[in-house]
Design a protein. Structure first.
Length: 664
């Protein structure tokens, strides 16, 4: 197991002469000691996970194929009270960085001062808004406090920068900023003056800046999401999210942060195309806001990742890759319309699960395994893929739900290439495509029928394979592993002229020809992973209803014209259940309920909450106080005609109920 994990990590290590590896970049990719790489970056927020769990969770990310950690440093998580910095417990950034170093995973710190991340006021402490200075500007009063923040962050980073053999190899300044580039440069110059000395620096490539940052100072990183809780509409598939499923040369998104940025044009800063194409916010899932509660599918993230690679991206950065929980504080730390700033949406008080590959409690969701196939591919063929240019045989500006042709692209260089296929669009039910003729690098594949929902990467003139109608997964110890694409007969044509048709998967024990192994999708998803112990039978948990719900609350519309979440006082009129806790506290409590939203209390303290979207309400039992014997569950009922988007998976019958509670 350990040898596999080391193979997946391309960054932190020392040469035999004790020298730190050199990181450079050009318009194609990052390079480690001159070798091109295609990293996989996963966002995780250390302060939203208990410190005792960091080592295991970072290791899970690494096993999932993540090769770079990205992390916000929320200002109000560490300086909630002016002048009092708290770097203890799950706020201990230095300890988290040491965990990443132990796992040989480099880190991109997103240091703010504004982060957003659905944090209260975007992570800027409440007390800052009484200072009379202009936020996120070159106002000397504002920069004075930012410098103090950066100096504090540097105390955690000092000795752990890349040049020191540590994990921190880049940082991002501010987030989703649309003003003059001089502000971002002021932040960078301040950080360098304090002592930050990193191989490169980043910024979000959206929205377009009002004036540019000088070329080479910060690499712009992009993103895309399958749906957005921030959308003002409460209709299904509202917004431009469908464009994330189309191969296209335009790097950015016009759908991110529309509640802040309004309508956006497909435009990036002039000169940004000379940077490598990287993402930092490719949706690994999506949060639920009170007014809009998307239900994400594993295929959403996988399809977008295929599309980004096929459109030319050479770094997949997922937001989020690992969900979390807002830490305890003097006030609630969630974004809501009643706060001073960044009050666009009402978010849950505690949960930040994000329906991510790794959930709030570290649970491995289906797309954890699905995405891992791409990550193995990027690791093993990244050096070949990185300099390849993208070609778009089909149109790029595709209307939502257009099912008239197959969406595909290819990347190629020196007569070798990869064909990318995406016959999937969220909630649009694209149909199978018959008699599809694909051609790249002078090689014409046999006509194919591409089933509905197919997403895959096919090789052309790669490692002795002239073409294959199966997906490349990994190349280790002289063996090449391919995945049979469901519904497409496997043909492998070799460069020696031999062609094998209608091949069947044989697993990892026996090749189908030479050094080539053909796997099922299930085998490909778990390739090189140790066999996992099947989950035991669920343990039924007893619960009792103690109080019926009172008079339904009046749902108010907030300052940003969407429904406001209930207040603490509103939950006094909720239906109340008591839950008997099992003696074994190592499982995941699963509450199958129906209602508007729910909260969970231990010894009278709020520990978890949930905006209902059809998924169960989860709680990691190991996080509960040891002296707690019962939990209290409060549920507010669904009302008729609520101004809320519920997905099709949700039961919107007025009222509330608990279907079952069990522990896994």
């Amino acid at each position: 197991m350990r040898s596999f994990l080391l193979l997946l990590t391309f960054c932190i290590s020392l040469t035999s002469h004790g020298q730190v590896q050199t990181i450079t970049w050009d318009k194609y990719s990052l390079m480690i000691d001159g070798r091109r790489v295609c990293p996989v970056m996963g966002e995780v927020h250390y302060s939203r996970i208990p410190a005792a769990e960091w080592a295991e969770e970072v290791r899970k990310m690494k096993e999932g194929g993540v090769t770079v950690i990205a992390c916000y440093v929320f200002w109000n998580h560490i300086e909630e009270t002016e002048g009092v910095f708290d770097w203890s417990g799950q706020r201990d950034l230095r300890h988290f960085l040491e965990v990443c170093k132990a796992e040989q995973l480099p880190v991109v710190l997103r240091v703010g001062p504004f982060c957003h991340g659905e944090a209260r006021c975007g992570g800027i402490p409440d007390w800052m808004f009484a200072k009379g200075c202009k936020m996120r500007s070159q106002d000397p009063g504002f920069l004075k406090y930012v410098e103090r923040l950066y100096r504090q962050i540097f105390t955690q980073v000092q000795g752990l920068q890349w040049k020191d053999g540590g994990p921190v190899f880049a940082c991002q300044f501010d987030n989703e900023y649309r003003g003059p580039g001089s502000y971002l440069m002021a932040l960078k110059q301040m950080a360098i003056k304090i002592g930050f000395d990193l191989p490169f620096y980043t910024r979000t490539g959206w929205p377009e800046l009002s004036s540019p940052v000088p070329f080479g100072e910060m690499i712009p990183l992009y993103g895309d999401y399958a749906d957005g809780f921030w959308e003002r509409s409460i209709q299904e598939t509202a917004g431009n999210y469908y464009k994330a499923f189309n191969f296209k040369a335009f790097r950015s998104s016009t759908a991110i942060a529309t509640e802040q940025l309004g309508e956006q044009k497909e435009k990036v800063n002039k000169g940004d195309e000379q940077y490598p194409y990287f993402t930092c916010e490719l949706g690994g899932g999506m949060m639920t806001a009170y007014h809009r509660r998307p239900f994400l599918y594993p295929e959403d993230a996988y399809s977008m990742a295929i599309v980004k690679l096929g459109s030319g991206s050479n770094l997949l950065g997922y937001y989020m890759y690992h969900g979390g929980t807002n830490p305890d504080a003097k006030s609630w730390l969630n974004e809501m319309q009643r706060t001073l700033a960044t009050n666009y949406n009402d978010m849950p008080v505690k949960t930040y699960d994000f329906q991510a590959p790794l959930g709030e409690f570290g649970q491995k969701n289906p797309h954890y395994y699905m995405l891992r196939k791409l990550h193995l591919f990027m690791q093993d063929w990244g050096e070949i893929l990185a300099p390849m240019e993208a070609t778009f045989p089909c149109q790029q500006d595709i209307p939502k739900g257009d099912d008239s042709f197959l969406r595909w692209s290819y990347r190629s260089k020196n007569n070798s290439g990869f064909i990318f296929i995406n016959n999937y669009e969220r909630l649009q039910n694209l149909t199978e495509k018959r008699n599809v003729q694909l051609e790249a690098c002078g090689v014409r594949l046999p006509k194919l029928t591409v089933p509905a929902g197919t997403m895959c990467i096919l090789p052309v003139n790669i490692d002795g394979i002239r073409y294959a109608t199966a997906q490349l997964i990994a190349k280790r110890d002289g063996k090449i592993y391919l995945e049979q694409v469901k519904g497409i007969p496997t043909t492998i044509a070799l460069e020696n002229g031999k062609t094998l048709r209608n091949l069947k998967p044989r697993g990892t024990e026996r090749p189908v020809v030479g050094n080539i192994f053909l796997l099922t999708s299930e085998q490909a998803e778990r390739l090189f992973l140790p066999k996992e112990t099947p989950a035991g039978a669920p343990t039924i948990v007893n619960y009792q209803k103690r109080q019926e719900a009172g008079t339904p609350r009046t749902i108010t519309i907030g300052v940003n014209k969407v429904a406001e979440e209930p207040t603490d006082e509103d939950f006094e009129a909720a239906a109340v259940y008591t839950i008997d806790l099992p003696k074994e506290r190592s499982g995941l409590l699963t509450i199958n309920y129906q209602g508007d939203c729910a909260r969970l209390y231990a010894n009278g303290r709020l520990i978890a909450d949930n905006f209902y979207n059809g998924r169960p309400f989860l709680m990691g039992l190991w996080r509960l106080p040891t002296d707690c014997e019962k939990l209290e569950l409060r549920i507010l009922p669904i009302q008729k005609d609520m101004p809320i988007y519920f997905p099709r998976e949700a039961d919107t019958t007025p009222g509330e109920s608990v279907k079952s509670i069990f522990c896994l």
